[in-house]
Write a protein of this length. Structure first.
Length: 307
């Protein structure tokens, strides 16, 4: 354990002043100001005063202690993983210069491990107890420089046609009926967080995928699933509230989940990531989240895992 006065010891403040940050890092205040001016150290400005998030300072220090790995190639400015409507909007509006490649949580994890993505959006439930985005559940348990940042708490539920003509109010309404007439259920691809959640919720209700009449082809995004329901290609599906609302669908809430951003520690300090997180602290970001519906932003930006 680090000593109480060491840079890695817990600090009583969430945000540090410039003088406190200098003491915390054992640097002179002038050096801290130089690092701020160069954009090298994480900080925020509130009413003209610089404040330094302690968690971010810990990450900054550890990333510098680790140094560059020999032969390390630049990581593409790609945000992979699961699709999130609020995240997509924020990437465009923030000027982060991130390219989106959203093919599900599992695909994002693979690209992160292979060095083909700067960060990955994930929402993977632990089948054992319903926890979310644990490194072992993600397949990232062996990643020694893994950092996971909280994005939002989202509402998942039933996507249904306007007016809900079949009167479906629970997953029991998905069950394959004897004979004809069972609702056709759209689903996400294997490896997607939504597919894993669907299996989890079905098992909790004593059901399985085999009990459903499934659409022949999986949907590769939230929007694809929503459009399939809207256009009559499916009668229902499980998806996030924000996607259902923006397509004018009926929505029945079922479950609250955590959507997080996974990355390597050094990637946290790349300008695209810092631009995105800084934008998420602006007032219009919160206004947009409220307009989209289905989001709880409590804890946004917090470090929920630091290997």
């Amino acid at each position: 354990m680090p000593r109480d006065d060491s840079p890695l010891a817990p600090h009583r403040h969430t945000y540090l002043t410039t003088a406190e940050a200098a003491d915390y890092l054992r640097l002179k205040e002038r050096k801290v100001y130089d690092l701020v001016r160069q954009g090298e150290i994480p900080c925020t400005k509130v009413t003209g005063k610089l404040l330094f998030p302690r968690q971010s300072l810990d990450l900054w220090l550890m990333s510098h202690l680790e140094g560059d790995r020999p032969g390390q190639r630049p990581v593409p400015r790609v945000l992979a993983g699961s699709q999130d409507p609020l995240l997509e909007w924020s990437v465009r509006e923030s000027g982060s210069e991130l390219a989106l490649l959203c093919h599900g949580s599992g695909d994002g994890v693979r690209r992160l491990l292979d060095g083909d993505a700067l960060l990955a959006g994930v929402h993977v439930i632990d089948d054992a107890d319903g926890g979310y985005n644990r490194p072992e559940s993600l397949g990232l348990g062996g990643m020694r420089d893994l950092v996971i940042i909280r994005w939002a708490r989202r509402c998942q539920g039933l996507m249904l046609p306007p007016g809900n003509p079949r009167g479906i109010r629970s997953l029991a309404g998905f069950k394959r009926a004897a004979g004809e007439g069972a609702p056709l259920v759209a689903r996400r691809q294997s490896g997607a967080g939504a597919d894993r959640l669907l299996r989890y919720l079905l098992a909790r209700d004593g059901l399985a995928l085999e009990d459903l009449r499934l659409a022949p082809h999986p949907m590769l995004s939230e929007d694809d699933l929503a459009l399939a329901v809207l256009k009559g290609q499916a009668d229902a599906g499980l998806g996030v509230e924000a996607a259902a609302r923006r397509h004018g669908l009926e929505f029945v809430p079922l479950h609250q989940e955590y959507f997080d951003l996974a990355m390597r520690r050094r990637s946290y300090f790349e300008r695209p990531v810092q631009h995105l997180l800084a934008f998420a602290r602006e007032a219009r970001f919160a206004e947009r989240a409220e307009l989209m519906q289905g989001y709880d932003l409590t804890g946004l930006g917090e470090v929920v895992h630091n290997a």
